[in-house]
Design a protein around this ligand. Structure first.
Ligand SMILES: *[C@@H]1O[C@H](CO)[C@@H](O)[C@H](O)[C@H]1NC(C)=O
Ligand SMILES: *[C@@H]1O[C@H](CO)[C@@H](O)[C@H](O)[C@H]1NC(C)=O
Ligand SMILES: *[C@@H]1O[C@H](CO)[C@@H](O)[C@H](O)[C@H]1NC(C)=O
Ligand SMILES: *[C@@H]1O[C@H](CO)[C@@H](O)[C@H](O)[C@H]1NC(C)=O
Length: 493
């Protein structure tokens, strides 16, 4: 597992590290799959304040109003702690301008102990308990960006793990800088016209199944293949990915996942022949929704979905997807899909949201309208820079309150601590995709891998919390502590 996890981390960071911006609210984002948009040429401006920050050069975006070093010297510093993720280019530090004021974003760890370093920013996939910067400094907020699946780091799915942080940006609507719609570019994406039913009927006659499965990441916490395998007993499923594969994509170019992306027009047009797409997320968490959900809707297929338990809240109307968990068994689900497959009028009701006025979910419309970041939108910041600015503004406000409190402690209270909540990363214990955990043998790879990983991460989160509480500095001590206190949890195993 270590190897596949490292692969995921590298994949994520490989894409993220080309995401650059000049200034914070200005240029734009290369989310995964998108094209990197390079920043304006660096103007080379550098200031060299004294002390720990002395070695840190600051690149400023062009047109920056900050001309002298006087202004920059007192700015709060936000330190990106995770190696490999620093959403600026080039250099190790950059002045960012945000609605409330300016901060210095840096990735130079030498500034860690500086009084001006007010926040440490962590990328969740990269966060390791054993590498946490200890002792924890009381004047610093810890900020977590983790838009990805919890499978990349279960530490954060546990209460003591998420409570390590003060500010969060996750897929959850409850996080401080929420990204639940990170995979939905906009309303127009949903409105795209569906292929004609006659065309799809023609494909069915040529021997294609009603239902598509396209998945190459097979062993995942949500254990989706176990469900799909069972479903296949009751209804034909064409499976093209590595998982449960029973057909080949029409062109070798498309079969190679290193050359064909999931946005390939030829692939999309091929996938759109299917009336139903199995859409199962790799892990189950509230508000964790990915392209697996939105892409079929874009293509005019009906997603047969398992993922975020609260997915209904985000749907264009209340009749646009089929929820696997509404059915008592794979057999019942298969019967229902078969019924819709043979009944055009009932099937078309699932695509009514594509008609004018068909998107009736005001919450969805408002959320898309009011989000501050964009998905491949050159006019809006990407969410990395958006979150960075959110943290900058939060720290500027906290500084103001601290100053006001210091000036008149009787009138102004000290700022309240702000602590992340479990709802910011709401991912319950993984359960089998089909059947009960007791029925599955102990040497099953899912049971060996994901259940253990989940509980071991709880131990690590608790150990780190204890270390912070005891104001420990030594990493070595931490590992010693972890090994001494390691409890192999057998519940659910
Ligand atoms: C779905 O929406 C329709 C129209 O807005 C409404 O009449 C109906 O009660 C809703 N059904 C459910 C289950 O919420
Ligand atoms: C940050 O969170 C920790 C708990 O993890 C808390 O003890 C601390 O007071 C918080 N700091 C701020 C600045 O809110
Ligand atoms: C699990 O154990 C059973 C019986 O002990 C054995 O037949 C089976 O091959 C094992 N499976 C794996 C994946 O090792
Ligand atoms: C924690 O450790 C730091 C650095 O060693 C020290 O400055 C600070 O006073 C300690 N805090 C407590 C509460 O012991």
């Amino acid at each position: 597992m270590a190897a596949s996890r490292t692969g995921l981390v590298l994949a994520a960071l490989g894409v993220l590290s080309v995401s650059v911006t000049s200034g914070s609210r200005a240029a734009a984002g290369a989310e995964r799959g998108g094209e990197a948009e390079w920043a304006e040429p660096w103007d080379g401006a550098v200031f060299r304040p004294p002390s720990a920050l002395g070695a840190v050069g600051v690149a400023r975006g062009p047109g920056s109003p900050w001309s002298g070093r006087e202004e920059a010297e007192d700015l709060p510093v936000l330190l990106w702690w995770s190696p490999g993720l620093f959403p600026h280019f080039p250099g190790d530090s950059e002045l960012i301008e945000c609605p409330r004021g300016a901060c210095v974003a840096s990735r130079d760890r030498r500034v860690w102990g500086d009084a001006r370093t007010r926040a440490l920013l962590f990328y969740g996939t990269d966060f390791r308990a054993s590498e946490a910067p200890l002792p924890r400094l009381a004047h610093q907020s810890w900020a977590l960006l983790h838009e990805e699946s919890p499978l990349n780091n279960f530490l954060l799915s546990h209460d003591p793990g998420i409570r390590l942080f003060n500010l969060t940006s996750t897929f959850s609507r409850h996080s401080d800088y929420p990204l639940p719609l990170q995979w939905l570019p906009g309303v127009a994406y949903l409105r795209r016209e569906a292929p004609a039913l006659q065309e799809r009927a023609e494909w069915r006659r040529r021997g294609y199944a009603p239902l598509l499965y396209l998945q190459s990441h097979c062993d995942v916490p949500a254990d989706r293949d176990r469900y799909v395998l069972e479903l296949m007993r009751y209804i034909p499923v064409d499976s093209y990915g590595r998982c449960l594969q029973n057909r080949e994509l029409p062109a070798t170019r498309l079969q190679d996942t290193t050359t064909a992306t999931t946005e390939d027009p030829e692939l999309l047009s091929f996938l759109s022949r299917y009336k139903f797409h199995l859409a199962l997320e790799n892990a189950i968490c509230d508000d964790y929704m990915t392209e697996k959900l939105w892409r079929p809707m874009h293509l005019g297929a009906v997603p047969v979905y398992r993922g975020s338990p609260s997915v209904r809240d985000w749907m264009p109307n209340n009749h646009s997807i089929i929820l696997i968990d509404d059915f008592e068994s794979p057999q019942k689900l298969a019967e229902f899909i078969d019924f819709l497959d043979k009944n055009d009028e009932e099937y078309m009701k699932y695509l009514a949201y594509k008609q004018p006025g068909g998107i009736t979910n005001q919450f969805l419309l408002d959320s898309l309208k009011h989000r501050e970041w964009g998905v491949n939108d050159p006019l809006l910041p990407n969410y990395l820079n958006g979150f960075e600015c959110f943290v900058c503004d939060h720290e500027l406000a906290r500084l103001d309150t601290e100053k006001a409190h210091a000036a008149s402690p009787g009138d102004v209270p000290a700022p309240e601590p702000h602590i992340a909540q479990p709802s910011h990363m709401d991912c319950p214990v993984p359960t089998p995709g089909f059947g009960s955990v007791e029925e599955i043998p102990d040497n099953d790879s899912w049971k060996e891998m994901w259940l253990q990983d989940y509980w071991q991460n709880l131990d690590q989160a608790e150990a780190l919390t204890t270390m912070i509480h005891n104001n420990e500095t030594q990493q070595r001590k931490f590992w010693h502590y972890l090994h001494e206190n390691f409890v192999r949890r057998n519940q659910n195993l």
